[in-house]
Write a protein that binds this ligand. Structure first.
Ligand SMILES: *Cc1c(COP(=O)(O)O)cnc(C)c1O
Length: 352
């Protein structure tokens, strides 16, 4: 008899989840032979070609180890040290990368914009750009959008177009932090090209770790000129993997038959189910529209504490004050969602 422990999946982060079967199979296949190192291998070539197919564009693609490196190096390639990057005040590049974007861009400053539901208010761009135009202030150079946002909302096609339009008016380049780009595309049901370069995005940091690979994010330059010498930047930043094929092969597994969208659709659907379950609970408030794989909610503190005692892992107050962030993953099941809701309901009702 098998004595395997029952697996309990958590809602703490989509990177708590393991590697999905498609990525795993590609890794195994890449592990059967010798290959050329430092990215000059057939897997990396194929993964980059698949990305060019997905985006219907002859874009320039680089694989780096993680999202912090992807964002930081991409922003560094758009900025001089005296430039600034405009982003939402909740942006990962501002609050969760330990200053790496400023570090890799040799001091470029991050300027914060407001906006409801984790999305930049277009009006804020002009306000930030026009606030100071003198020589003593870092010159705004880049607008950075996070898609899906840090609170799980998604910019619509019109919203992206509007923001890019305003950015262009002020001479800004546009960077997209797509750590959960797959969830956004699955949610919007749009062509990846439409929500990126056709809308005017210059560079996309396309994450796949949270959607089922082990490691490795793609920096996708739609404007090839911006990628000039990016290979040197990657190498100097410690981001040129010698066994690159093990970063890139899983991407072939994800892209070749649409697994990236299948998994993203699934995690989005689990978030919707979780939202529906939480809605009926006394004292629980859903904080933002659930448009990707995240549910943010205010949960009564006593019940939250007891949920942790029951073994459920999730974070509260990390992205926004007082709100619990519940992330669904490619492998979250309806049973997981229902068990979480059932436990929380019991704890809330026991407090009557
Ligand atoms: C997870 C995440 C990243 C990348 O984080 P790493 O831990 O560096 O891989 C970037 N942006 C957003 C919005 C994220 O959620």
């Amino acid at each position: 008899m098998s004595s395997a422990k029952p697996v309990r999946r958590h809602f703490a982060s989509d990177n708590y989840a393991g590697i999905c079967p498609e990525a795993w199979a590609a890794l195994a296949e890449a592990n059967t032979d010798h290959e050329v190192s430092y990215g000059n291998d057939t897997w990396t070539q194929r993964a980059a070609d698949l990305l060019r197919e997905v985006f219907e564009k002859d874009c320039e693609v680089y694989f780096v180890f993680n999202g912090t490196a992807a964002n930081s190096l991409a922003l560094a390639s758009l900025c001089q040290s005296y430039h600034s990057v405009l982003c939402h005040e909740l942006a990962h590049i501002e609050g969760a990368e330990c200053g790496a974007p400023e570090f890799f861009a040799n001091g470029s400053k991050i300027l914060l914009l407001g906006g409801a539901d984790g999305k930049i208010n277009p009006y804020e761009i002009g306000r930030a750009v026009n606030k100071r135009t003198d020589i003593h202030y870092p010159k705004p150079r880049v607008l950075s959008l996070t898609q899906a946002t840090e609170v799980g909302t998604v910019y619509s096609l019109d919203e992206v177009r509007e923001l890019v339009g305003v950015a262009r008016k002020f001479g800004l380049r546009v960077h997209m932090d797509g750590a959960r780009f797959a969830n956004a595309v699955a949610s919007l049901d749009v062509a990846p090209a439409d929500i990126t370069w056709r809308a005017g995005v210059d560079v996309l940091c396309f994450g796949m770790t949270k959607n089922g690979v082990a490691v490795g994010e793609a920096v996708v330059f739609f404007d090839r000129e911006l990628a000039r010498e990016f290979d040197y930047r990657c190498k100097q930043g410690g981001q040129l993997a010698s066994k690159m094929r093990f970063l890139s092969a899983p991407w072939t597994g994800m892209l070749q038959d649409g697994a990236w969208l299948k998994h993203a659709k699934h995690s989005n659907a689990m978030a919707k189910r979780l939202q529906a379950g939480l809605r009926g609970l006394r004292g629980v408030r859903i904080s933002y529209p659930v448009e990707s794989n995240a549910v943010f909610a205010k949960i009564p503190a006593a019940a939250e504490k007891k949920m942790h005692q029951r073994g459920w892992k999730f974070y509260t107050g990390v992205v926004t004050p007082d709100e619990s962030r519940l992330m669904c993953s490619w492998d979250t099941t309806t049973t997981d969602v229902d068990a979480f809701v059932k436990d929380l309901r019991e704890l809330i009702e026991a407090r009557k």
